[in-house]
Design a protein around this ligand. Structure first.
Ligand code: ZN
Ligand code: ZN
Length: 162
């Protein structure tokens, strides 16, 4: 599926081909909440890194989260969280461990996205008490993250876009 995206101020515009375009995964981890999710979570989609085209790249800045876990040394995440340096919109994530993939934020996509048949509420262990996590029919809860990849979830629900 062809996706077009942009930041709020419009200095950065991008497009890509996405085989996993359904916005089904709400990530409640603290990085997603603080960098891209004032409602409590962020949503990443799965696309092909080679197809990513960017206008206004000079405005794009990249954040590498530092992971601090008690009893372990702080480590810098290899994942690059790309955002607009002018307006702060979260744009996409690219990780050199999976260089062929790029994960745009659903919030930055202007193309109408498919409605998810099921929503996964992930990383709930990190959700603060004030977040009203959707529950009931159509919502699957995970304390951390499901073992299934974005692509596997799309294939199981027959919504994978080849
Ligand atoms: Zn901007
Ligand atoms: Zn997250």
């Amino acid at each position: 599926m062809h996706l077009e995206g942009s930041c709020h101020c419009g200095k950065v515009r991008f497009s890509l081909e996405a085989h996993s375009p359904v916005p089904f995964m709400h990530c409640h981890c603290s990085i997603c909440r603080k960098t891209a999710g004032s409602g409590g979570y962020a949503i990443n989609l799965g696309g092909e890194a080679a197809s990513l085209k960017v206008r206004g790249r000079k405005y794009v800045r990249i954040y590498h989260a530092v992971l601090r876990e008690t009893g372990k040394r702080a480590t810098r995440s290899p994942a690059g969280r790309h955002f607009c340096g002018e307006c702060g919109s979260a744009l996409w994530l690219w990780d050199p461990r999976w260089p062929e993939l790029v994960h745009p934020h659903a919030s930055a996509i202007d193309t109408p996205l498919p409605t998810p048949p099921e929503v996964v509420e992930a990383a709930l262990e990190f959700a603060p008490a004030w977040v009203d996590v959707p529950k009931g029919r159509g919502h699957v809860h995970h304390a951390l993250w499901p073992a299934e990849s974005l692509e596997e979830w799309h294939q199981r629900h027959r919504v994978w876009s080849p």
